[in-house]
Design a protein around this ligand. Structure first.
Ligand code: GLC
Length: 537
């Protein structure tokens, strides 16, 4: 059954501009991406999430659109886009796109019109104040780069609200015309064949902002409305949301509203567990996350296109992660995060990288992987802020790592691409890329991970080891992860009664065959083992 395809999906996210250039202008494009779909199909991913594709002055890497009904001409045309969706579908890959409707670029015609006159039909599409709002220095998302959330516009002769940068005026969600327009944007892209949306900044979209009130009410009703609309247009369309909020608020976003939410809480706890070499934070996260209504799902990730956000950890916990993974000031961002790729954070140690990804992909939820992580790509800390990890994909030893024939690239390549690239790794059975292929293919044979329940196996294990299980009607899989570099032995005999011809389906190294009693399971330092306990007919 293909119902709720997203619970068994493997999502891969990329920026078109840094993936593959086909015309030599140094900027990735849709035709380039189409040419790389076979690579993605072989990797085993089933859903492609594209970062913003719309025309944009690119002051926030496309998260500042000037036209929601088009693609950035640097990427190609709408025709190219529909080809992409078609070709991807032929390979079993769905496409979802970023829906960035909390705000627009200040160059968007709607805002240009709105500021030009109080009588503009678009005036009320934005959020204005005649006086300087008392809370205008509160609620900034980018501390250090942004010092207010209300800015005076001299043309408009009024203050406008912007949760993010001052060139990203917020749309006014209380205006019915804005609500209708957002639905229309969704309909348009569904009609062109997308399978859904990654919704940007959802808690901010639904804020009923008013000057002087830094904690406005949220309009969850809009999410129900949008879900209804989207689902009516396309039954299996997905809404996957970015909502980095307190655990107690999370459930408001589900249940007839959004299908999936990124699990930011688990992300921070995973980083803490890796830093401390102690699984306790992950066990806490599994215990603390609220139960989800039917059909709702988490999206797990280790790295995304932004900084690793540690803001929901305690000061002590955050300090430990900073010390382990972001020791230099230059690696940190916004006082809360780390602007690095995973591989360099883990000392480019293959064992630790595989351990980390094995853990992410085996925990409950749908895994999301950022391009280049499957190669262990590095970062360029000489680039500004979040750009450090938005560098071109490293394909081969050819000019510009095979990314482009051009002479000037959208962003520089990270040093070392001559040896760290997809072609070199494709030909090496021991490479990270080959491992990712095996791991993802194994995962797709274990539907209980995405669709089933995930339980911590609460028995005595050596320090640093996490034992957890995925259980569903299809069967049950046991996962062992050793977060330390000390080899050990794990006793899982309490699960033997539940097992039926247990077999190992994935591990870091050839261990002895599994015995029926599950009593003495060896585990290498940074080792992991996926053991299928049973498969129901
Ligand atoms: C989200 C995006 C981020 C962007 C911001 C403003 O947080 O992930 O990259 O800068 O929204 O759109």
């Amino acid at each position: 059954m293909n119902e709720r395809w997203y619970s068994k999906a493997v999502v891969y996210c990329l920026d078109i501009d840094t993936f593959q250039d086909s015309d030599g202008d140094g900027v990735g494009d849709i035709r380039g991406l189409i040419g790389r779909l076979d690579y993605l199909a072989r990797l085993g991913i089933t859903c492609l999430w594209l970062h913003p594709i719309h025309p944009s002055p690119n002051r926030d890497d496309g998260y500042d659109a000037t036209d929601f009904y088009n693609v950035d001409p640097r990427f190609g045309t709408l025709g190219d886009f529909t080809e992409l969706v078609h070709e991807a579908r032929n390979l079993g890959i769905r496409v979802i796109i970023d829906l960035v409707v909390n705000h627009v670029s200040n160059e968007h015609p709607w805002f240009q019109s709105a500021r030009s006159s109080p009588d503009s039909p678009y005036r009320d599409w934005f959020v204005w104040s005649d006086e300087a709002p008392s809370d205008r220095r509160q609620g900034m998302v980018f501390p250090g780069e942004q010092d207010e959330t209300w800015t005076y516009d001299r043309t408009a002769k009024a203050w406008f609200y912007h949760r993010f940068y001052d060139f990203q005026p917020d749309l006014n969600i209380t205006n019915p015309q804005v609500r209708e327009e957002i639905k229309k944007i969704c309909s348009f892209w569904l009609q062109l064949g997308v399978s859904g949306f990654r919704m940007d900044a959802v808690p901010f979209i639904i804020e009923r902002t008013e000057p002087g009130n830094p904690n406005p009410e949220k309009d969850f009703e809009f999410l129900s409305e949008l879900r209804q609309h989207v689902q009516w247009r396309q039954g299996d369309a997905l809404l996957l949301a970015e909502a980095n909020v307190e655990p107690a608020e999370l459930t408001d976003y589900f249940g007839g509203r959004l299908h999936m939410l990124f699990d930011f809480m688990l992300n921070a706890r995973l980083m803490l567990a890796l830093a401390r070499q102690d699984p306790e934070p992950v066990i806490d996260a599994l215990r603390d996350t609220p139960a989800l209504p039917d059909g709702a799902q988490w999206a797990t990730f280790l790295r995304n296109h932004d900084e690793v956000d540690l803001s929901r950890l305690t000061a002590d916990q955050r300090a430990d992660v900073f010390e382990a993974f972001g020791p230099d000031e230059n690696m940190r961002l916004y006082d809360r995060g780390i602007r690095r790729r995973l591989a360099p954070m883990l000392g480019n140690d293959m064992r630790r990288i595989q351990l980390a990804y094995s853990l992410q992909f085996s925990l409950r939820g749908t895994p999301v992987l950022r391009y280049g992580e499957e190669l262990g790509m590095g970062e360029d800390l000489s680039l500004d802020g979040r750009m450090a990890i938005r560098t071109p994909m490293q394909w081969s030893q050819a000019k510009n790592a095979g990314f482009s024939d051009g002479d000037s690239l959208v962003r520089p390549l990270v040093e070392g691409w001559e040896t760290l690239n997809a072609t070199v790794q494709r030909n090496d059975r021991q490479s990270l890329l080959s491992w990712f292929e095996r791991m993802i293919h194994t995962l797709r044979e274990a539907p209980e991970v995405g669709a089933g329940s995930c339980q911590h196996v609460d028995v005595q294990v050596p320090r640093g080891v996490l034992a957890h299980r995925a259980i569903d009607r299809t069967g049950s899989v046991l996962f062992l992860h050793n977060l330390t570099d000390t080899a050990c032995e794990v006793d899982m005999s309490s699960l033997a009664a539940d097992a039926d011809h247990p077999v190992e389906v994935l591990s870091d190294e050839g261990y002895d065959p599994i015995t029926e009693d599950l009593a003495k399971l060896a585990l290498n330092g940074y080792g992991f083992r996926w053991i299928r306990l049973r498969r129901e007919p």
